[in-house]
Design a protein around this ligand. Structure first.
Ligand SMILES: [Zn+2]
Length: 507
């Protein structure tokens, strides 16, 4: 058990796993009154329908500090109270709710419609807002293609949504000790803070991973609206929609190529002009290479074969050219004073170093550069490992570990981290999938799959990053394999091939 926690500590998730454990105990107890809770929640759905015709004064539970902000949003019909006369300021905000409220604030099109997300159908009340906010690049789906409408929004995600929705690109004057400047959310959080929209907590922190409450949402959006005057992205079109100007026949715009990009969205609309008011002239799909001829705001005029038109730049990523070096950081877990897990005569730090050195050799033979975070028995700190990778100009990060738990637990699993927003996270997911698919087959082991978990070593970096577990030292069968040279070579080769799959996919 203590060895298990050692491995856990490497991932710096120790505190969380304890909390999860306590939570699971609580869940067990709660199950006993589960049916009662279910009945209550059904009842609350019936009773607490949101209402519109009410002022903040009339709602019983609005704190004075946010009364003005909430009042503003209620007046603008962006957020509503509940029919029981409450506002429930501490309730969390789901992704669907947040999108609908932002959509109302920006007067986005809310015509219910099918979306590109399998879990957002035209029957859902916010499907129109989700479709139009996605199209504008204000909110994006998760790396698995789903939207997860009922997932709670974090403060960090909201910072990104607000900075995109209100186009806030302030200088980064403010800083928070818990928002590292290489984090995914740094720019958005500091931009909205610099613009005076978010003040963080009284202790000076931002708490990016805290769930966003209805009260916080109201304060953020109300301030964003007042900072931007009465900010409206587009006037709702009156009965006579302004005829989008006929784009002047593109003079030889396609002659000059300023850049090349890859499309990252399925069924991306190509339009006649640089906004969603223009007609769709065609569609592009994930992986299409386009030539970029000019940029207009967030829109790019591109060509793909015969197809020419405007697409939103949010869905374009840099094309890895021939010259793009492929350099992967291989991080053998633990080392030195930290042995990791030990069981069945195996020590994690030794097994993973042995396998990692073979991964390095396979990759070098394949023309891929490798940066090792350690090549012998010592312990670089977690941040040190990330720094080694980034200083070595690595473009991907693979941490190699072996698992330990109850003796019955067996198999291979690979972790990535994604909050569902970025290109890096999408790449991390694919890298994890490629490696894991190769690994469980090569090891002839149980496939525990790829999992989204925010371990520090794969979270605190700007690189696509994964942590792979090549089997359980605590399981007799897994350990027997990990003792043999044959299976260590299999593991190394599988990880190397997974990395090669990734680079082939990325190109
Ligand atoms: Zn480990």
């Amino acid at each position: 058990m203590s060895q298990f926690y050692k491995c856990q500590r490497e991932r710096e998730d120790y505190g969380q796993s304890k909390i999860m454990y306590r939570r699971s105990m609580r869940i067990t107890m709660l199950k006993k009154i589960g049916s009662l809770l279910f009945a209550l929640s059904v009842l609350s759905l019936v009773i607490f329908q949101p209402i519109q015709e009410v002022s903040a004064e009339e709602l019983s539970d609005i704190p004075d500090r946010s009364k003005e902000n909430i009042q503003l949003l209620i007046e603008k019909e962006i957020i509503f109270g509940y029919t029981d006369g409450t506002f429930k300021p501490k309730n969390p905000v789901s992704r669907q709710e947040a999108t609908a409220m932002i959509g109302r604030a920006l007067n986005l099109d809310n015509t219910k419609q099918e979306t590109t997300f399998p879990d957002v159908t035209s029957h859902m009340y916010a499907s129109g807002y989700i479709a139009s906010a996605t199209e504008k690049g204000i909110i994006t789906g998760h790396s698995d293609g789903k939207f997860r409408p009922n997932e709670t929004v974090t403060r960090a995600q909201m910072a990104i949504i607000i900075s995109r929705a209100f186009n806030i690109k302030g200088e980064t004057k403010r800083s928070f000790p818990d928002v590292e400047n290489d984090s995914l959310y740094y720019e958005a959080i500091n931009s909205i803070a610099s613009a005076g929209i978010s003040v963080g907590y009284p202790d000076g922190t931002f708490k990016p991973y805290n769930k966003l409450t209805r009260e916080e949402f109201s304060i953020l959006v109300a301030k964003a609206i007042s900072e931007n005057g009465d900010y409206v992205v587009q006037e709702p079109s009156e009965d006579v929609p302004e005829e989008p100007q006929e784009p002047e026949e593109p003079k030889d715009e396609t002659v000059e190529v300023i850049d090349e990009r890859i499309v990252t969205a399925d069924s991306l609309n190509v339009r006649q002009g640089p906004s969603i008011d223009y007609d769709i002239v065609g569609k592009l799909t994930t992986g299409n290479a386009v030539k970029v001829h000019k940029l207009e705001g967030d829109w790019a005029y591109v060509s793909h074969g015969e197809l020419k038109g405007y697409v939103h730049t949010y869905y374009l990523v840099a094309k890895p050219g021939e010259a793009t070096p492929r350099t992967v950081a291989i991080d053998p877990g633990h080392g030195g004073r930290d042995p990791g897990a030990s069981a069945n005569g195996l020590v994690e730090k030794e097994v993973v170093l042995d396998v990692s050195l073979m991964v390095r050799d396979y990759l070098k033979d394949s023309g891929i550069d490798v940066v090792m975070t350690r090549q012998s028995d010592w312990y670089p700190s977690l941040d040190g490992r990330v720094a080694i990778a980034q200083k070595g100009n690595a473009d991907a990060f693979v941490s190699v570990h072996a698992n330990a738990f109850m003796s019955s637990a067996t198999g291979v699993e690979t972790f990535y981290y994604a909050a569902g927003m970025t290109d890096r996270e999408r790449k991390s997911y694919h890298l994890a999938k490629f490696i894991n698919d190769r690994l469980y087959k090569a090891m002839d082991m149980n496939n525990r799959g790829v999992k989204n978990v925010g371990y520090r070593v794969i979270k605190a970096t700007t690189l696509p990053s994964v942590l792979t577990e090549i089997g359980f030292l605590t399981n007799d069968h897994d350990a027997r394999k990990l003792k043999t040279q044959h299976y260590r070579e299999e593991a190394a080769q599988a990880i190397a091939l997974g990395i090669i799959d990734y680079y082939n996919w990325r190109d």
